[in-house]
Design a protein around this ligand. Structure first.
Ligand code: HEC
Length: 222
């Protein structure tokens, strides 16, 4: 029997019949066979690699330098966060005018009372040079902002009969203070600033109530 024909018999080879040389040849052949990795093994490897790569990026981006205080913050936020933590402490200084200026647009006052506080003839009363806004007693515009105003009212000699919603429920004291300060100090108005403490006092005094009518507020002009 030639070596060639013995090789043909592999596998299931009867080793007793095989020559040393043919066994070596058979081994050499087996070693050359390509290894067919199973698809399960392949996909498991891919999944692990994906998780590792994703995890690496995720950790780099969000882990806040492993500081438990800033865990999950984006790295780009860390500087901001540190500034905030290290900020000088003390009572907050409110820039009421700036707060009011922003809210005047955001709360849509500008849609009715207009950009220069000029109002709309016959519909929305002006805030510029309005005796309701610039009253020496700041509690007048504060009350109107907190609880709203409805019914006939005379502003700068002109009659209006509209309805303005209350802003007290939606806005905080410092925001009302901002709005009142802004309208008292814009468009040529030169009345005093109003602080959140002053708003809190008025809010506590009037409580939750229906909209004002101008009649209820006439005492401010006596
Ligand atoms: C939907 C329109 C509208 C919006 C928005 C509005 N107002 Fe008015 N406002 C009125 C009307 C109408 C009156 C008069 C109510 C009446 O006739 O009794 C009034 C009255 C006033 C008054 C007293 C009268 C005057 O002209 O001085 C002030 C002060 C005032 N508004 C400030 C504000 C501020 C500040 C905002 C934003 C937070 C605001 N209003 C949002 C319609 C509006």
């Amino acid at each position: 029997m030639s070596d060639e024909s013995q090789n043909q018999k592999l596998p299931g080879i009867d080793e007793g019949l095989a020559s040393d040389e043919s066994i070596l040849k058979a081994h050499a052949r087996i070693c050359r066979e390509p290894i067919h990795a199973s698809p399960v093994f392949f996909f498991t490897c891919m999944a692990l690699i994906t998780i590792l790569v994703f995890g690496w990026f995720y950790h780099r981006r969000y882990m806040g330098e492993n500081d438990p205080q800033i865990y999950m913050h984006e790295r780009t936020d860390i500087a901001l966060y540190r500034d905030w933590v290290d900020r000088p402490r003390g009572p907050i200084e409110y820039d009421y005018f700036a707060i009011g200026q922003e809210l005047y647009t955001k709360m849509a006052c500008v849609g009715c009372h207009m950009a220069e506080g000029e109002g709309k003839a016959g519909e929305f009363p002006p805030l510029a040079s309005s005796q309701w806004v610039t009253n020496e007693d700041h509690t007048l515009p504060t009350k109107i902002l907190l609880a709203g105003l409805v019914g006939p009212v005379t502003v700068k000699g002109a009659e209006y009969n509209g309805n303005m919603a209350p802003y007290g429920p939606a806005l905080k004291d410092h925001e009302i203070a901002g709005l009142v300060t802004y309208i008292r100090q814009s468009w040529g108005n030169e009345a005093s600033e109003v602080t959140l403490e002053q708003v809190a006092e008025v809010r506590a005094e009037i409580g939750t109530r229906a909209q004002w009518t101008a009649d209820e507020l006439t005492s401010y002009f006596e």
